[in-house]
Design a protein around this ligand. Sequence first.
Ligand SMILES: [Zn+2]
Length: 82
Amino acid sequence: MTKTLAKVIPNLRSEDWDTYDESLDVFSDDPAVVEAFRQNGIFLEYCEAEQPGSPRWEDCRNEKGHDGDHRYRNKTWPNDKK
Ligand SMILES: [Zn+2]
């Protein structure tokens, strides 16, 4: 199931599916769905570290607690987490 969803989600996103974040909330108790979304970079909880010099909506969109640099779309900045 996860494999199938992981293939379907990118197609949905390329359509006019602006609400995929909300969609994930609906399925948050279904590990297969959560994993499928995760494989597509959609997480239940985002890191939300502030990007220096950028507006609030460009906070880090990696998964909460991730390793490595913070990221928003194609921009990355250092993760100071010790
Ligand atoms: Zn981050």
